[in-house]
Design a protein around this ligand. Sequence first.
Ligand SMILES: *[C@@H]1O[C@H](CO)[C@@H](O)[C@H](O)[C@H]1NC(C)=O
Ligand SMILES: *[C@@H]1O[C@H](CO)[C@@H](O)[C@H](O)[C@H]1NC(C)=O
Length: 232
Amino acid sequence: MMLVPLAVVLIAALVVAEPAINEIRPQSNRPGRFLSLPVPQKCANRPKEFNFRGHNYFYSGHIPAHANQRVDWLDARNICREYCMDLVSIETQDENNLVFRLIQQNDVPYIWTSGRVCDFKGCENRRDLEPKSLYGWFWSANRKKMAPTNQVPEGWSFNPWSQTGHKKVKQPDNAEFDINGTNESCMSVLNNVYKDGISWHDVACYHQKPFVCEDSEELLNYIASTNPNLRL
Ligand SMILES: *[C@@H]1O[C@H](CO)[C@@H](O)[C@H](O)[C@H]1NC(C)=O
Ligand SMILES: *[C@@H]1O[C@H](CO)[C@@H](O)[C@H](O)[C@H]1NC(C)=O
């Protein structure tokens, strides 16, 4: 059984990274679902549709193996992770421009990102994340906190969260909670779904969407260190 030592090494690597948010296991509505480990051969042969600041990316709709695939947020993460990637994290306006352009030029209706609100086990008693709708959002791929959702992020010229949505209020609005008690814990970039252009929205994680994967330095470093002869 290789799985246990691999998992231990991986968790050790995660701890060394000193994340702002500790997220070893994601919350899920379906019990028994966990993060997938990277697969060395898939990492070596991962799709590289475009490159930005040393990271490779791909949009699922452009990859034959994943075209027409619509999956929930955790499945999307796990597909990316097997390639030593994770869902895209949009830390800068330049990277956001890249993602928005991809969506616009290819008429993509929406995509999953690695954006997540810290509302699972391990997020309790974190005063710095309250209120969650403003301060609780982070990028799961690298566990970096997002800017407060009501502010223009540092170095940006605008706030990428939409000013409207299902409830006609600015995002995130956790709208589905009011409909049937499902929290909108995951972040998607939507293409004009609410006549609001291309913009960020909180969405319930069970929704099925295409996705954008981005290289994960953590997973690539891990696979590189355990497979010294593999070309990544
Ligand atoms: C879901 O949203 C409700 C309403 O905002 C909130 O009270 C609750 O704490 C949320 N659930 C979780 C798991 O965060
Ligand atoms: C919540 O409502 C939506 C839309 O009506 C539905 O598709 C979804 O399955 C519901 N979710 C749950 C957990 O009941």
